[in-house]
Design a protein. Structure first.
Length: 305
């Protein structure tokens, strides 16, 4: 059963759905989770499991405080509906030039979804879009009903797509993005790559790995790959990024991983042991036990006095 919460508490509870908090949870460190919930979720005793508690918080956020994670998770839900994780990779907060893409999808092409919630500042949006177009085929802005109407007017005659999150939490495409590679930039594409990846591209394009000191390998590879046609290089970069597969994609889409946590599991790229720790956490009622132990400890101190 959903328990209503005020916006102040919801703002703090939204922090639970962060990679930093869940990275600790899957390592069996519940300190941050406990502290947030015990302070800002006054009815936690009514829950029968951590899963039910998280579902309740997520539901309240979805209805009353649609933070960035709600948007990201709904976008990822649509990605999972349309594409197989065998042929698709999705990155979270992926650094591109001077910006970070909220959701970066690669399958046949590269799509970026920039989230702008009802709570966000739009002042950096144009710079973000400019950066994303240096590496992506398509760029979408995802926003609430009121904001998306304004965005549709602003970007009507551009290549940028606009997606509305309705009041019932459905994603509706108001304007499809147009594929455009005119803004592709070599420097931004190259800097998406790890060392072993750009070495691999040098090998397949030129047939050798440069025999130079480590201090010079970046610059030499940069200059070599810069000789390639930009569209060809763009396709090669996307193909190599697609090889960054999830460790356990099967567990991410399994029934044991709740819908509410799928994007965060994708972002953290959990291994088998971490999924096992997560499932154990969800099945248990650790928080209530912690609270009871703390109360017992306090009572013991009072009695000792």
């Amino acid at each position: 059963m959903q328990t209503n919460m005020n916006n102040t508490n919801l703002r703090f509870l939204s922090q639970i759905f962060s990679t930093s908090v869940f990275k600790k949870i899957v390592s069996n460190d519940y300190t941050t989770f406990d502290n947030i919930v015990m302070k800002h979720y006054s009815t936690y005793k009514s829950t029968s499991s951590n899963l039910e508690l998280l579902n309740n918080i997520y539901s309240n956020l979805s209805n009353n405080y649609r933070c960035e994670y709600i948007y990201k998770n709904l976008v990822f839900k649509e990605i999972l509906k349309k594409y197989s994780l065998n042929t698709t990779v999705t990155f979270n907060e992926f650094k591109i030039a001077d910006s970070k893409a909220d959701v970066f999808l690669i399958n046949g092409i590269a799509r970026i979804f920039e989230i702008k919630t009802e709570l966000d500042d739009f002042s950096k949006l144009q710079k973000q879009i400019s950066d994303y177009q240096k590496i992506a085929d398509e760029v979408y802005i995802v926003s609430g009903a009121l904001q998306s109407k304004k965005l549709l007017e602003q970007y009507l005659n551009t290549d940028v797509g606009v997606i509305k999150l309705t009041n019932t939490n459905k994603l509706v495409t108001l304007k499809k993005a147009t594929k455009n590679n005119d803004n592709l930039e070599f420097d931004s594409l190259f800097k998406l790559l790890r060392k072993k990846e750009y070495l691999h591209l040098v090998k397949i394009n030129f047939g050798f790995i440069p025999d130079v000191p480590n201090t010079k390998i970046f610059r030499v590879c940069y200059e070599l790959l810069n000789e390639i046609d930009i569209c060809t290089f763009h396709l090669q970069v996307l193909n190599i990024l697609k090889k960054r597969k999830l460790k356990r994609a099967d567990l991410l889409v399994s029934d044991k991983t709740p819908f509410e946590l799928r994007f965060i599991c994708n972002a953290l790229d959990l291994n088998e042991d971490e999924y096992e720790n997560l499932f154990n956490f969800l099945d248990n009622n650790h928080l209530c036990t912690t609270h009871i132990l703390e109360e017992n400890n306090l009572n013991s101190l009072v009695l000792e006095k």
